[in-house]
Design a protein. Structure first.
Length: 341
């Protein structure tokens, strides 16, 4: 069965073809980072308009890569939420319209389920059950994953997500958008000259909080700035280093605590922050020490992409029944609300 996947939840347009027998056949992605960088963050209206321009050409691109036509598609999976309303509506309306014309079913997909299942696209795929860390610009969550549609929330962020904290800290340091890669690159030149808080490290639960860390960075920046408000590059690098160390230590500790509490030995890490090199180093070291395994998607599938949506759709399509031709999007949607297909 051939599934077309469409992802348009935020600032990246992703399209992919996944075959239940042959695996991932083709995928293509257009990132809007360059367009939004001028504004220092995502502009929802611009994002929506760009998805309109990009989605249909990308569908043609992946079909050409796979040597197939639209009539070869058996089902279309698309991101229903969470995300930007306008951006979601673009992908949803295109998917539903195309499916109606081809007389094939559609599968609305939770964006985070796509991220959560992305490591299953790899050869060394994790086996159920496992603990998953979903860590991105909008979400930082720990989930117990027992199977497709069987998700239990173990811990959540109480305020800023980790990726959001990276972006805000980068802005405080005068770095370009997006903040995650910029902070990571600068931190490579930093030294351990500053200590920043490690929020909720000893909270006794599996929740996260990063807004206070951002405030601590702001205070440190103000303290280290000269009378004109400028801060030299070496101090910026040291602050970036300290910030990254704090975030990655908290994430690593909470992941290991989740494994301990659940008695599991498989960890999955997904989402844009999951590409952070320092986080991977710490998780690899911690899991090796405890004789556990950690699984990541390849770097190109850490950020939003169509492959994860096509794959999630393929996992649901065989038992999926669509009773209505109406559709809607869910800009806010808890992953724990999902049910088995």
């Amino acid at each position: 069965m051939l599934v077309l996947g469409i992802e348009s939840s935020c600032d990246e347009t992703g399209v992919a073809l996944y075959d239940t027998e042959r695996g991932l056949l083709a995928h293509a992605l257009h990132s809007q980072i360059e367009m939004h960088a001028e504004y220092g963050g995502v502009v929802p209206e611009l994002a929506s308009r760009d998805h309109i321009r990009r989605t249909l050409p990308l569908i043609d691109t992946v079909l050409n890569k796979a040597g197939l036509t639209k009539n070869s598609i058996n089902a279309i999976a698309y991101t229903q939420g969470p995300g930007l309303s306008g951006a979601l509506l673009v992908g949803t309306s295109i998917a539903e319209s195309l499916a109606f014309s081809l007389k094939i079913p559609t599968i609305p997909i939770h964006h985070l389920e796509g991220h959560l299942l992305a490591p299953l696209l790899e050869e060394n795929r994790p086996q159920f059950p496992f603990v998953a860390l979903l860590v991105s610009g909008g979400h930082t969550q720990l989930m117990l994953v027992s199977g497709i549609g069987e998700y239990e929330l173990l811990g959540d962020t109480l305020d800023d997500a980790a990726g959001e904290a990276f972006d805000k800290t980068a802005k405080l340091l005068g770095l370009a958008y997006p903040g995650g890669p910029a902070i990571s690159k600068l931190a490579l030149m930093g030294k351990p000259n500053y200590l920043l808080p490690k929020p909720m490290l000893n909270s006794g639960d599996l929740n996260f909080s990063f807004s206070g860390l951002k405030t601590a960075v702001l205070t440190l920046v103000n303290q280290q700035s000269d009378p004109t408000g400028k801060i030299n590059d070496s101090i910026k690098a040291d602050i970036a280093y300290a910030f990254q160390e704090s975030v990655t230590e908290v994430l690593t500790f909470k992941c290991m605590e989740a494994l301990r509490r659940t008695g599991l030995d498989n960890l999955v890490v997904s989402g844009g922050v999951g590409a952070n090199k320092r986080l991977r180093e710490k998780l690899n070291l911690a899991t090796n020490k405890k004789l556990c395994k950690v699984h990541y998607p390849r770097l190109e599938f850490c950020t939003d992409n169509g492959a994860m949506i096509a794959f999630a759709g393929a996992m649901r399509i065989l038992n999926f029944t669509r009773e209505s031709l109406s559709f809607h999007v869910k800009p806010r949607w808890d992953l724990a609300e999902l049910q088995k297909p």
